[in-house]
Write a protein that binds this ligand. Structure first.
Ligand code: ADP
Ligand code: MG
Length: 486
């Protein structure tokens, strides 16, 4: 039996009451940009509302506050790893031999390290994703934060996260629960993330320079991206945002001048914000022009978000090695910080071809449903679950490619009943589970941190039978936390 949370308000509606609130909330979402482009009926001229759950999800206040408080430490951890070439080199050495994508990224990293970096400052806009976990049969009060991963590239939902909170405020009022709004925490993610980009832009100190967003050929999560652009304009009306794909840049759309300024159509670029470039299929051209663009950006004077070192610091292999006994202690000389971070780590295991890796593989083959098998990929839909964990590990026995995966304890959050609302689909009453993401903003050079702050949150919720909950991928739904004392 899985543990269960109580919905924040009654969700037993008769069909006409349900229809009324759902129809009105869909319109609210459409009219407030809580939307995405449709993959099924794509048109550049239209958007659908993004899937959402009807009422906010009950979430323990204590754990929420812990996650918020922890974020600056998570930021600092990423900063320290990203500035530790030797650590990244050692940690990713085996991965680089079996995973060509990580190896390509690493090659750019090494090239730029050997040449000498042109821009000492890095901007990190990161998101630490956590779930509530406990042993089965344990009481609700024993559920604690468990870290799923830290995203250091293209961490989205700075717009959709806070928007979901506003949507839920509207719903709660519609349902006659306006008195409970103080249990929906404030969320300034968009302001914080765009504020981070503008701080970097100011540090670059060239009033004419633009901020470059690296985007996909087709952006489905368009509202989330565009509202970042609009927010930048709002916070500083003098700053221009331009959007380009890696392919465009690699096909002559950008040049480096003699001083290593990155120039696009005659405009100097101050800050490069990647919303793309984390997956192999985002480098599609046979001639490698997207890789040429990535290298050009990395060599440039522009402030990168992320620079290649932050990108590599967010890999799954790095996450696994950090969880090994003694590793955090090498990075931090402060026992209290180490303890706080370690407290949210989930069990992680190396699958390198050695005794330790063999032991982990055997353990997972015996009890596959207790683990998740993860390749070095980002963006959702790549992990292996359940019986397949054992099948894949058996196939990989004695195969060096096993080292391109890591193994992780599965986190089993408490279930919560809610209405799932999707475009062109009837509302569904389902058991759900949630993943909380906390944003962080960090700016620094190899010697010092210049800015470190928590940057708001987002909550994603999925049907409990789905392995993964990507909203853009169609499995998850927008949500916001409703804080309670358990
Ligand atoms: P990605 O980089 O593809 O986002 P994640 O590590 O975040 O990789 O995994 C994708 C999704 O898989 C998560 O959002 C979560 O829903 C699920 N997941 C990942 N790790 C675990 C875990 N240890 N326990 C339960 N679910 C997990
Ligand atoms: Mg993820």
């Amino acid at each position: 039996m899985s543990a269960r949370l109580e919905p924040c308000v009654s969700i037993d509606f008769d069909s006409s009451a349900l229809d009324e609130v759902v129809t009105k909330t869909k319109d609210w979402a459409l009219m407030h940009g809580v939307c995405m482009r449709s993959r099924q009926n794509f048109s550049p001229d239209s958007i659908n509302f993004a899937p959402f759950v009807l009422v906010p999800s009950t979430f323990p206040k204590k754990e929420f506050e812990k996650a918020i408080e922890l974020q600056t430490l998570v930021n600092e951890m990423i900063y320290r790893i990203a500035n530790n070439y030797e650590f990244l080199k050692t940690t990713l050495a085996i991965t680089n031999t079996v995973d060509p994508f990580t190896a390509q990224l690493f090659k750019i990293y090494t090239t730029v390290q050997e040449e000498g970096v042109s821009q000492a400052i890095d901007l990190g806009l990161i998101r630490s994703d956590v779930m509530l976990g406990a042993e089965p049969e344990m009481p609700l009060s024993s559920f604690k934060l468990r870290q799923v991963e830290v995203n250091t590239i293209a961490a989205g939902f700075g717009w959709l996260g806070p928007s979901s909170g506003r949507l839920h405020r509207f719903v709660m009022q519609e349902l006659g629960h306006g008195d409970k709004l103080q249990q929906l925490p404030e969320n300034n993610a968009l302001e914080a993330l765009c504020g981070g980009m503008l701080k970097a832009w100011e540090i670059y100190n060239q009033p004419q320079a633009v901020i470059l967003f690296i985007v996909e050929d087709i952006t489905y999560n368009i509202c989330d991206q565009r509202f970042h652009e609009f927010e930048i304009r709002k916070q500083n009306p003098n700053v221009r945002v331009v959007r380009r794909s890696l392919t465009q840049l690699g096909r002559g759309g950008a040049v480096l001048d003699a001083e290593r300024k990155l120039i696009i159509d005659g405009q100097e670029v101050a800050v490069v914000y990647f919303r793309c470039g984390y997956a192999p299929d985002q480098y599609p051209s046979a001639d490698g022009c997207e890789w040429d663009a990535r290298l050009m950006i990395e060599r440039s004077k522009a402030i990168k978000c992320p620079s290649i070192s932050y990108h590599l610091a967010g890999t799954k292999k790095v996450q696994q090695v950090l969880a090994e006994p003694g590793f955090l202690e090498r990075i931090f000389d402060n026992a209290e910080k180490v303890a706080k971070l370690r407290d949210v780590f989930t069990g992680l295991y190396s699958l390198d071809l050695n005794e330790e890796g063999d032991r982990a593989a055997e353990m997972a083959i015996e009890n596959p449903e207790k683990y998740v098998l993860k390749p070095q990929r980002e963006g959702g839909g790549n992990n292996v679950y359940g019986k397949e964990v054992a099948e894949v590990l058996k196939q990989l026995k004695d195969n060096p490619e096993r080292a391109s995966y890591i193994l992780m304890d599965i986190i089993q959050p408490p279930l919560l009943r809610n209405w799932m609302i999707r475009p062109s689909t009837q509302p569904m009453l389902v058991d759900t589970l949630s993943e909380l993401g906390i944003f962080g903003v960090i700016i620094g050079n190899s010697k010092e941190i210049l800015h470190n702050s928590m940057g708001g949150h987002m909550l994603r919720t999925k049907i409990h039978t789905a392995n993964e909950g990507g909203v853009a991928a169609g499995l998850g739904a927008l949500d916001s936390p409703f804080l309670v004392d358990l």
